[in-house]
Design a protein around this ligand. Structure first.
Ligand code: PRP
Ligand code: URA
Length: 207
């Protein structure tokens, strides 16, 4: 599917397998989400624009490169928080904005209950973090906020996705690049991803 990258790596697949396992408990689940994000970062950031610079080593002048544009990381609360540290470790100067979105358990509609974002996102590389992409409602609600603030360079990082969620996001925002570790079979009647890994927020934060 155009716009979707399924990251194929044996260590990532092993990490997803342990996350799926119903016997994996909260501290280990959170550590594994951090590990999965770490393994995905190189692919997610591979095409970030860079520019050439000169750097003086102890021995000589050398050519080097730095990122061309500022990066802003946007975890979708709650589960996206578990991806944040890994991205901040490799991009410590990235800005961070927060969006709180919760699905209604009956209608499955996403409700945005909070956001803390710069007014102007023009020219920034925006990386949205949320391990689960089910119906796509939470991701689209977040992208709506970001687009209104001028964000155009948009990446969405998920761990487990369902085909309807990917389709919904790419229909609404065809230029967004979506990265996932697994594209699962379907959604069940409660809009949970099957086989999935259950409720990522609950499993990461124990509520
Ligand atoms: C989960 C998950 C995503 C969303 C995905 O959040 O973390 O944000 O569901 O589902 P969707 O693609 O159908 O919108 P949830 O609403 O359970 O909130 P929580 O993270 O606070 O538990
Ligand atoms: N949110 C989750 O945490 N898991 C799902 O399977 C669907 C939405």
């Amino acid at each position: 599917m155009q716009g979707l990258t399924i990251i194929d790596h044996p260590l990532l697949a092993a990490t997803v397998t342990r996350l799926r396992d119903e016997t994996t408990l909260v501290p280990e689940f959170r550590r594994l989400l951090d590990q999965a994000a770490t393994l995905m970062i190189a692919d997610v950031t591979r095409e970030l624009a860079s520019k050439k610079v000169r750097v003086k080593t102890p021995l000589a002048l050398s050519s080097g490169a730095v990122l061309k544009r500022e990066v802003i990381l946007i975890p979708i609360l709650r589960a996206g928080l578990a991806f944040l540290d890994a991205f901040q470790r490799v991009m410590p100067t990235a800005k961070v904005g927060f969006v709180g979105v919760k699905r209604n358990e009956v209608t499955h509609q996403a409700h945005t209950y909070s956001s803390s974002l710069p007014d102007d996102l023009k020219g920034l590389e925006v990386i949205v973090l949320d391990p689960m992409l089910a119906t796509g409602g939470s991701a689209v609600a977040t992208l709506d906020l970001l687009w209104k603030r001028g964000a155009r360079e948009l990446r969405l990082v998920t761990l487990v996705s369902a085909p309807p969620g990917v389709a919904t996001v790419l229909k609404a925002y065809p230029t967004v690049r979506v990265f996932t570790a697994a594209l699962d079979a379907k959604l069940n009647s409660k809009a949970y991803i099957v086989p999935g890994l259950g409720d990522a927020g609950d499993r990461a934060f124990g509520v």
